[in-house]
Design a protein around this ligand. Sequence first.
Ligand code: MN
Length: 500
Amino acid sequence: MLDLKKFEVWFVTGSQDLYGEETLKQVAAHSQEIANSLNNAAGMPVRVVFKPTVKSTEEIFAICQQANVAPECIGVITWMHTFSPAKMWITGLKSLQKPVAHLHTQFNRDIPWDSIDMDFMNLNQSAHGDREFGFIMSRMRINRKVVVGHWQDPEVIEQLGAWSRAAAGWNDWQGARFVRFGDNMRYVAVTDGDKVEAELRFGFSVNTHGIGDLVAVINQISDSEVDKLTAEYEERYAVMDSLRKGGAQYSSLRDAARIELGMKAFLEAGNYKGFSDTFEDLHGMAQLPGIASQRLMNAGYGFAGEGDWKTAALVRAMKVMGTGLPGGNAFMEDYTYHFDPANPMVLGSHMLEICESIADGKPKCEIYPLGIGGKADPVRLVFNVAAGPAINASIVDMGNRFRMLVNEVEAVAPEHDLPKLPVARVLWKPYPDMKTGCAAWILAGGAHHTGYSQNLTAEHMQDFAEMAGIEFVKIGKNTDLYQFKNELRWSEVYYQLNKS
Ligand code: MN
């Protein structure tokens, strides 16, 4: 969907004039070598661009201003090869609007025991230079990621790679447009929230169109376009006989294809990055969009059902962050439980709309009654999801702040065929265990809707939450309910006091 290589993170090295030309030349050469090495590293999804060493308040302010307005720049990596008195950074950092990663590294991995002299000491000062910089960032209460280690250390590259992916997702949200077809599912709390605060905090807008606006576009789709798309369905999926050309329900497949084409045209015309709909408001539509939502998600659109605009936006950001990695990202819902004490797990699904990107093998394309909504039977893709590590992520509106929750889970291979459950589904075990994981999620007020990811980790989501300046709550292998409850209580106080 997206080429992350069109984005840049700028590698900015801080110093001061005190050291003289010779030392500063070496600083520049070393920085260039580190930036190039990171730029060429397989784990870096974006370009790393070397910038000339900054040595004064004016130079630092100038580079921050340039970063702010450069559309391709999604973040700044800082490093203090030498000492860089940090009061020089205040004016620049105050104005900087792009995410920051502080790389606490050193050009030499090892101390050259036999040759180390005062020239070496004069040049290789990041052990204390980066501390001066760290102080001013902390003093200014600026969120940033601190990555420690030698610049060729694979762990360092992986951490910077995760941060770059989060920055790409964050960049994608700025000015993004999401559309809701109809309002929220009536009376539902967690899927609603403050859209004004969301736009201030997150940078994306959410606006509603009556379903009639969409239906008008759907009705304009030509029969020949529908022919083409149903042929694509037949080629790409295991389409059940009754839906195939000449089958008794072929017209339903055509209805589904027309809905997909209409939604796609609507999203493209409005320059939208994602959408939500609701089964309670489908006036003029033949079916609830099933396969349409599944395939549009696979094409990169964010989606969530029942008017859930926060999860739709989150799914979009997760898709951007996961670009190019094996595995997928999908809208998900904790649907029903298996409470067998020997093998407890969650069955995740939705009525229809799970993204094809997480399918294990070729999906089946089938049609069955839905049971709610009062419309014709909807066409949907049916598939299982492979075993492996995954996360569920949710953003909720706590009234005075947004909270992001992440639960690390382990998807397990399905042991049963589920012959009477014709929806996409996945089975997982929450960490640290079923009871603790579910209790923690409920205590934190996590939604029933989530973004499910096979290729992102809690690290990506935490970096993302810190860029957004929102609360981040992780439920993982080390979660202990006693500590977890305290964390929630203490965070409550923090967010009541911190009104910035
Ligand atoms: Mn739902």
